[in-house]
Ligand binder design. Structure first.
Ligand SMILES: NC(=O)c1ccc[n+]([C@@H]2O[C@H](COP(=O)([O-])OP(=O)(O)OC[C@H]3O[C@@H](n4cnc5c(N)ncnc54)[C@H](OP(=O)(O)O)[C@@H]3O)[C@@H](O)[C@H]2O)c1
Length: 358
């Protein structure tokens, strides 16, 4: 099988580096072009990620893959779209608006940015959760007269919440959700959080994050009806905080359900969802989509972040919630740079490829 030729835009950044790793020796996709800002353009990859002090700023575990080391980083305008089948975009949202618009006119774009997430004809996709909303991409192509499309993932804080709520919503209904996040430093990107600011500290505010989580969760858990997404009817309150953890977001969740639920029923529901998962068999899918723990000391970022190579969502501390007639409280862990961005985007591209959209 001839591999699809792909480009990574934002390849030098925190998420871009994870893309480099996630696409190393990929069975279906081959990275043939890479791009970043003017600052990096024209340099080979190693030079582009070297800082002013001469240090190579490789943030991902393991060695830098050989295939990327001497590849030249281009300006976005210098990408040869005629030689590409797919673009992965990992740039901040303001720059992403122009970049993704230009690329989608020609090619499918799978994005980790928020540039297009809130448009009516753009689904926010989590592979394994709302695959059926991918049909909206056809409407998007027609509406905009594009050859390609933009398929964004959610914000990395939404990912774990939507993933854990979906099976509960389907079986028990979900009326109200209250969530407090403890988000990793790497979620802010390579220049997002200063070491002085986060060491021995908790930052109780992340700009725009809470609004994103509310909007995105309702959209992802909504239904595609007559070419439009009808948001799920769930009230969501959240508080997003940054904590001194390198990778992986932990969230404390309270959910009020329509029907009676208890931890044993939740465990069975997640176990069944593991068996029914639509991503089983895709190259980047984990063995278990969900890990359910009865040990009250889980989830812990240091223990969970390597499970399923960061693609498994962990659930623990599951208890019946006394505040509601029916409901649960639990804690979750989701890896912001794996399932929550780069490798999740690769899994999304695999799902779209399987559906014949790439
Ligand atoms: N970090 C996470 O956990 C996470 C999770 C989910 C989603 N996201 C989203 O993913 C995107 C990337 O985040 P990040 O954390 O990787 O950011 P980052 O570390 O700041 O990296 C940004 C990347 O974009 C490039 N870039 C900036 N302006 C550009 C332009 N005008 N044209 C082309 N390339 C440009 C940068 O290139 P230079 O090196 O040349 O400046 C760098 O490669 C953001 O939209 C973010 O919200 C991040």
């Amino acid at each position: 099988m001839e591999k699809k030729k792909v480009a990574i835009i934002g390849v030098t950044g925190s998420v871009g580096q994870e893309f480099v790793q996630s696409l190393n020796d990929h069975p279906w996709f081959e990275v043939t072009q890479i791009a970043a800002s003017e600052r990096s353009a024209g340099k080979n990859y190693l030079e582009a990620i070297r800082n002013e002090g001469g240090i190579i700023m490789w943030d991902v575990g393991g060695e830098i893959p050989e295939y990327i080391k001497s590849m030249t980083v281009r300006k976005v305008d210098d990408l040869d779209t005629s030689q590409l089948d797919l673009v992965f975009s990992a740039v901040e949202s303001q720059a992403a608006i122009d970049i993704e618009t230009k690329m989608a006119a020609e090619l499918p774009v799978v994005s980790t940015s928020s540039a297009y997430r809130y448009e009516d004809d753009v689904p926010i996709l989590i592979p394994g959760i709302n695959d059926e909303q991918a049909e909206l991409l056809e409407t998007q192509k027609k509406n905009r007269n594009w050859k390609g499309f933009v398929a964004p993932l959610p914000n990395c804080t939404t990912t774990g919440l939507a993933i854990t709520l979906k099976p509960l919503l389907e079986k028990y209904g979900a009326k109200k959700v209250m969530m407090t996040s403890m988000q990793a430093i790497s979620g802010g990107g390579k220049s997002g959080v200063s070491a002085m600011g986060i060491t021995d500290n908790i930052i109780p505010y992340i700009p725009k994050e809470e609004g994103k989580v509310r909007l995105e969760t309702r959209k992802i858990l909504g239904k595609l009806i007559n070419g439009k997404i009808e948001d799920a009817d769930i009230r969501i309150s959240c508080t997003c905080t940054r904590v001194p953890v390198i990778d992986g977001h932990t969230e404390s969740v309270f959910v009020e359900t329509t029907k009676e639920i208890n931890p044993e029923m939740a465990k069975e529901t997640y176990n069944q969802s593991n068996k029914d998962s639509s991503v089983i068999g895709l190259p980047s899918a984990p063995k278990d989509y969900y890990a359910f723990h009865e040990d009250p000391t889980r989830p812990q970022p240091r223990m969970e972040r390597t499970v399923g190579d960061g693609m498994t969502t962990t659930i623990g501390r599951v208890e019946k919630e006394e505040l509601f007639d029916n409901g649960l409280k639990y804690m979750l862990f989701s890896h912001n740079k794996k399932m929550g961005s780069a490798k999740g985007a690769v899994l999304l591209a695999e799902m779209l490829y399987k559906k014949g959209k790439i």
